[in-house]
Write a protein that binds this ligand. Structure first.
Ligand code: PRT
Ligand code: MG
Length: 219
């Protein structure tokens, strides 16, 4: 049995075509079904539907053999006990520092609101800036507007959320995409099955990026 952990929402939607190309088709849709354990067309493959942040934990402890998680989540988790064999190139975005428009130059010791504490600490340490990190679980964009923080570290895709809250980018932390992660013991114990799974996903990823390059040339 191969158990794959995944979060519903954007990662699930973008992973579906890759799983499909790897021959895996879930029997239920987690966006409409309440099932958290999904059987698939393959008798030996099932999916666990989790909160995005819990995916690495299930894989680390072997409750799932493999999982799909954003690099943002993996950086916070620390990656202990996990292999990260493949960048799936899905759910892409960027982790950035943003401040209120008109307040772009930060104080010497900025207060930074974020849920990405590990990445934020590393980013400011690399710049030799002593930042005070204020951990939040969501709605980070609000923090600079009400004086809780001088800036935030958050994910940006279209930039619409920052703009709507009168925030502008003042620093680039890192690009983000979703990765396949694999439990180390599963990699050894289920080597043949796991290798076939990773290879077929890798093929699907390179087909998708070849198609993307073809479209870019055509336009
Ligand atoms: O939402 P929930 O609390 O269940 O958990 P989650 O936010 O961890 O899950 P989900 O499904 O929202 O995100 C899963 C993964 O998608 C993240 O871990 C990222 O790796 C990836 N991803 C890609 C994003 C975005 N793009 C993104 N734009 N995750 C979040 N956002 C948010 C961002 O935090 C901000 O609030 O969207 C807003 C910005 O979007 P724009 O388009 O307005 O710039
Ligand atoms: Mg979310």
């Amino acid at each position: 049995m191969l158990t794959i952990a995944i979060s519903k929402g954007r990662i699930y939607r973008e992973a579906l075509p890759l799983l499909d190309a790897a021959g895996i088709r879930p029997n239920d849709d987690p966006d409409t079904s309440r099932k958290l354990l999904l059987d698939t067309n393959l008798a030996d493959v099932r999916l666990l539907v989790l909160r995005a942040r819990d995916v690495p934990t299930f894989v680390e402890h072997g409750a799932a053999d493999a999982g799909i998680a954003g690099k943002d989540v993996l950086l916070e988790h620390g990656g202990g006990g996990l292999y990260e064999p493949l960048d799936l190139g899905i759910a892409r975005c960027r982790m950035v520092v943003a401040a209120r428009r008109g307040c772009e130059s930060l104080p010497r010791r900025p207060r930074v609101a974020t849920k990405y504490v590990v990445s934020t600490r590393r980013y400011f340490a690399q710049k030799s800036v002593q930042a005070e990190i204020i951990e939040l679980y969501g709605s980070m964009e609000l923090a600079p507007l009400v004086g809780l923080a001088d800036c935030i570290v958050d994910l940006v895709d279209t930039g619409g959320t920052l703009a709507a809250n009168d925030l502008v980018e003042v620093g680039d932390v890192c690009p983000i995409s979703s990765r396949l992660v694999v439990n180390r013991a599963s990699m050894k114990m289920k080597h043949e099955r796991m290798k076939a799974f990773i290879d077929s996903l890798a093929d699907a990823v390179s087909n998708v990026s070849a198609q993307g390059a073809g479209r870019a040339r055509a336009s």
